[in-house]
Design a protein around this ligand. Structure first.
Ligand code: SAH
Length: 265
């Protein structure tokens, strides 16, 4: 994992310092990453000796409720969600619920993560290659979805505007040794031009519209998914595909996300 670290540059700008960690592809070895040997931490209280069973049951419930992309379910089965939530919430980590992660923010429900990743996997480049390619996530939060994205993409850039959450995600993710992941502290409304163009863009926070610079940072054949405030202040999922001919926008179901805010704090 590479961190664009807060201490190196002035406030508001994207910042950078590297601490390379062990190379381990979650796509190639998803089972290994979930073990407590690799994370180096004792299994969480209340989850038994190994959380793999609990996680498998969560995935079974998701599968029973709705059809999902097999790779997405594999990714959800691989990432230890309980390691991304506070100790007091660990027993709820595999319920289909959003949970508080501090700073007034929440980790998304597994079914919503699955749904958004399913949609991304149907983008033109993702269908052609079978993976999400170069990914931009806006809203790292606790880092859970970034870890799931690493199972599905070649390179993942994830931006967080709240320094306390950027630090929390860095700590949560460090043990996983994801070399394909770059965490950035800064304003995701600006995207992250240094790694553009992106095959897949996913926002975990809801704005009034999809920012123009996200569109500009999409690859041809790329797909973006974001919650957007629609009529009557209701949020909905919006998907944008970039083709040779331009951009195509489609609107999907109602959702509920925390607000997308500008600047970094
Ligand atoms: N994917 C996250 C969900 C985090 S909730 C997870 O798995 O935990 C959404 C996050 O978006 C919050 O942490 C919030 O601080 C962040 N956010 C909101 N506006 C942002 C912006 N302009 N740039 C970067 N992050 C933003």
């Amino acid at each position: 994992m590479i961190n664009d670290h807060p201490k190196d540059k002035p406030a508001g700008a994207a910042r950078s310092a590297k601490f390379p960690l062990r190379l381990e592809s979650m796509v190639r070895a998803p089972k290994k990453l979930v073990s407590s040997e690799l994370t180096g931490r004792a299994p969480a209280a209340g989850l038994g000796l190994d959380s793999e069973d609990v996680r498998r049951r969560m995935v079974e419930r998701l599968r029973a409720a709705n059809p999902h992309h097999a790779g997405v379910l594999r990714a959800l089965a691989s990432v230890p969600r309980h390691r991304f939530v506070d100790a007091a919430l660990v027993t709820q980590a595999y319920e289909d619920t959003s949970l508080p992660i501090g700073h007034g923010q929440t980790i998304s429900k597994p079914s919503v993560v699955a749904r958004m990743l399913d949609v991304l996997m149907e983008g033109a480049n993702a269908q052609r290659t079978g993976q999400l390619g170069r990914v931009l996530e806006i809203g790292t939060g606790c880092g859970y979805q970034a870890a799931v994205l690493c199972c599905l993409g070649r390179q993942v850039v994830s931006i967080e505007r709240i320094r306390g959450l950027y630090d929390k995600a860095s700590a949560n993710l460090a043990a996983l040794g994801l070399q394909q992941l770059r965490l950035v502290y800064g304003d995701g409304m600006l995207g992250h031009p240094p790694n553009a163009p992106y095959d897949s863009i996913i926002a975990a926070a809801c704005g009034a519209e999809v920012p123009e610079c996200w569109l500009a940072q999409m690859a041809v054949g790329g797909r973006l998914i974001s919650p957007v405030v629609g009529a009557g202040k209701r949020q909905m999922l919006v998907v944008v595909d970039r083709t040779e001919a331009g951009y195509q926008r489609t609107e999907h179901e109602a959702v509920q996300f925390v607000p997308l805010k500008s600047g970094s704090i």
